[in-house]
Design a protein around this ligand. Structure first.
Ligand SMILES: Cc1cc2nc3c(=O)[nH]c(=O)nc-3n(C[C@H](O)[C@H](O)[C@H](O)COP(=O)(O)OP(=O)(O)OC[C@H]3O[C@@H](n4cnc5c(N)ncnc54)[C@H](O)[C@@H]3O)c2cc1C
Length: 471
C-alpha cells in the first residue's frame, strides 16, 4: 500500500478504479504487460464476490443443502435421517472465516507478487475538468479502467426508507434467523436467498412481478416454481407495490391490488445498480445508459478514448467471471494497444437453487425474436438414469437449435448439481456443433451430463425406446 503520489518517472500508465474482481483482473493483466499500474480501492478490498456475493452466499447455500439432503434421504427405503439448525450464528461465523481466508489468499496476498502495481486506498472520481482524482487530489494516470461494481437496488416503494429492510449483503450477515421473511424479487439472487432461508427454517414468501427467473425458459421457470413451493416457499405474483410499513415486529407490504403480506423481515432482491453515480462521469465525457451502466464499445472503451470500463458497473453480464474477462480485455486494449472484443455468445450462467438452473446461448424465444426457425428438445429428468438412481427426478433439459442446419443455439438445464454440466453445452455451442454431433458424443453413463446427449437425441428419437447406453 502506498500514498497517493506520482510514481517515479511520471504518471502511471494505467489507473484502475475499484479493487474488486474486475479491478484485480485489469491491474494484473496490465502489470503483466509491463505497465505501471495504480489500483485504487475504496471499501473492503476484494469487492462484492468474495466479501458479500458469490462466496458467502454459496457457503451458506451449501450449509442448508446439508439440511435438505438429510431430510430427503428418507426417499431411500431403510434410511432415516434428520438435520436441523442448532446455532445459525456459528454457521454464519464459519462462513465469515472462509470469506476472510479467501479475501487474503485471492486478493490481499496477491498484490505484493506484482511489483508494478501500487495499491492506493481512496475514493476516485473525475473533477470538473475531467481529470482523475483520488480523495479530491488530481491523480497522475495516462489511461483509466473503471471497475467500480454495483450495489443492491432499493425499489421506490412508499415507506421503504422507514423499514429496516435487508438486502443480499445484510441478509448473509444475519446471526439470528427470523420466523418469517418476505423476499421481493425472484431473479437469481432472490431465488437463491429465498430457498436458503426457507431451508434454514424461515417461513418465506417470495414475491415478484414477473415470476421466478423470468429470463429462463418458461418450462424451467414453471418447474422450479413447483419445486420451491413443494419446499414450503409461498410464491406470489403481484402487479405492483403500494407501500411498506412497519408495526412493532412486523413489516407489512401492500400491493397495488390491495393484497397484504406481513412478515418479521423484508429482504430486497430487486436487482443491482451500477456504481457509476458519484464518479462525475459527465465531466470526463463518459456516457451511461438509462440504468446507470457505463456504455462501452465492444473493446470496453467508453466515449472517452482514454477510459475503459468493465464488470458490474457496465450493467451487463453481472457475474464475476464476466467481470474478470471484460477487465482483462479492457486492460490489454488500454496498455498493449490491442483490439480484443467482448464476446458473451457462449457465456454460461448459473443459478444456485436446488435443483440448479444453468444456461448458455439463446432461449427459444430469443431465437424466434431473431427471426430464425427453431427446433427444440425437452428431456424430463425422469428419462435420465442418474436421476432415477438418485431417486430425484426434479428437472429437465431443454436444447434449442436452428431448424435445417441442426446447429445448437442454446441449452438450459434444471437439475440437481446440473450447473457443472452446462460447460459441455457451452463447448458444443462454441464449436458450432449440431444436435446430431452432440448426440453422437461419448458421455459417461450415470452422470448428469449424459442428459445433454439424451436431450440431443430427443430431437429425432424417443429416448424411451433406447436401451441403456446404446444411443
Ligand atoms: C449475493 C450475490 C451472489 C452472487 N453470486 C455469484 C455467483 O455465484 N457467481 C458469479 O459469477 N457471480 C455472482 N455474483 C455477482 C458477482 O459478485 C459480481 O458480478 C462481481 O463481484 C462484480 O465484480 P466487479 O469487480 O465488477 O465489482 P465489485 O466486486 O463490486 O468491485 C467494485 C469495487 O469498487 C469499489 N469502488 C466503488 N466506487 C469506487 C470509487 N469511486 N473509488 C474507488 N473504489 C470504488 C467498491 O467498493 C468495490 O470494492 C453475486 C452477487 C451477489 C450480490
Amino acid at each position: 500500500m502506498r500514498d497517493c503520489c506520482t510514481p517515479e518517472g511520471g504518471a502511471y500508465d494505467l489507473a484502475v478504479i475499484g479493487a474488486g474482481s474486475a479491478g484485480f483482473s485489469a491491474a494484473i493483466t496490465a502489470a503483466e504487460a509491463g505497465a505501471r499500474v495504480a489500483l485504487i480501492g475504496d471499501g473492503t478490498i476484494g469487492g462484492t464476490c468474495v466479501n458479500v456475493g458469490c462466496v458467502p452466499s454459496k457457503a451458506l447455500i451449501r450449509a442448508v443443502e446439508g439440511l435438505h439432503h438429510a431430510r430427503a434421504a428418507n426417499r431411500f427405503d431403510g434410511i432415516q435421517a434428520e438435520a436441523r439448525v442448532t446455532d445459525w450464528a456459528a454457521t454464519v461465523a464459519q462462513k465469515q472465516v472462509l470469506v476472510e481466508e479467501l479475501r487474503a489468499v485471492k486478493y490481499v496476498d496477491v498484490l505484493p507478487r506484482h511489483e508494478n502495481i501500487d495499491y492506493i486506498e481512496g475514493r476516485a472520481s473525475f473533477d470538473g475538468e475531467g481529470r482523475l482524482t483520488v480523495n479530491g487530489a488530481v491523480f497522475p494516470a495516462t489511461k483509466v479502467v473503471i471497475a467500480t461494481g454495483s450495489r443492491p437496488h432499493m425499489p421506490a416503494i412508499p415507506g421503504i426508507e422507514e423499514v429496516d429492510a435487508l438486502d443480499s449483503t445484510s441478509a448473509l450477515e444475519l446471526t439470528e434467523l427470523p420466523a418469517s421473511m418476505l423476499v421481493l424479487g425472484a431473479g437469481h439472487i432472490g431465488v437463491e436467498l429465498a430457498q436458503l432461508f426457507a431451508r434454514a427454517g424461515v417461513e418465506v414468501t417470495l414475491i415478484s412481478r414477473r415470476g421466478v427467473l423470468p429470463e429462463a425458459e418458461p418450462e424451467i421457470s414453471q418447474a422450479l416454481e413447483g419445486y420451491l413451493s413443494e419446499e414450503g416457499i409461498r410464491l406470489v405474483r403481484v402487479a405492483g407495490y403500494e407501500s411498506v410499513t412497519c408495526d412493532g415486529d412486523t413489516v407489512r407490504l401492500t400491493t397495488t391490488d390491495g393484497a397484504i403480506f406481513d412478515a418479521e423481515r423484508l429482504l430486497l432482491a430487486t436487482g443491482r445498480v451500477p456504481n457509476s453515480d458519484g464518479l462525475n462521469l459527465g465531466s470526463a465525457g463518459i456516457e451511461t445508459d438509462v440504468r446507470g451502466g457505463i456504455v462501452t464499445d465492444a473493446q470496453m472503451r467508453t466515449a472517452n478514448p482514454n477510459v475503459w470500463a468493465a464488470g458490474d458497473v457496465t450493467g451487463r453480464d453481472q457475474f464475476v467471471y464476466m467481470a474478470a474477462y471484460g477487465a482483462k480485455l479492457a486492460a490489454r486494449n488500454a496498455v498493449a494497444d490491442e483490439v480484443r472484443s467482448y464476446d458473451n455468445g457462449t457465456m454460461p450462467w448459473v443459478v444456485f437453487s436446488d435443483p440448479q438452473v444453468a444456461g448458455v446461448g439463446l432461449s427459444e424465444a430469443q431465437v424466434r425474436a431473431a427471426g430464425h426457425e427453431v427446433v427444440t428438445s425437452v428431456l424430463p429428468l425422469d428419462a435420465l438414469p442418474r436421476a432415477l438412481a438418485a431417486r430425484d427426478t426434479r428437472g429437465l433439459i431443454k436444447l434449442v437449435a436452428e431448424a435445417g442446419s441442426k446447429r445448437l443455439l442454446g441449452a438450459q438445464i434444471l437439475a440437481p448439481e446440473g450447473a457443472d454440466s452446462i460447460q459441455t453445452a457451452a463447448m458444443a455451442l462454441k464449436a458450432g456443433l449440431t444436435y446430431e454431433e452432440l448426440g453422437d458424443t461419448i458421455m459417461p453413463y450415470l452422470t448428469t451430463v449424459e442428459g445433454l446427449k439424451l436431450a440431443a437425441q430427443t430431437f429425432e428419437k424417443d429416448v424411451a425406446a433406447l436401451s441403456c447406453c446404446a444411443g
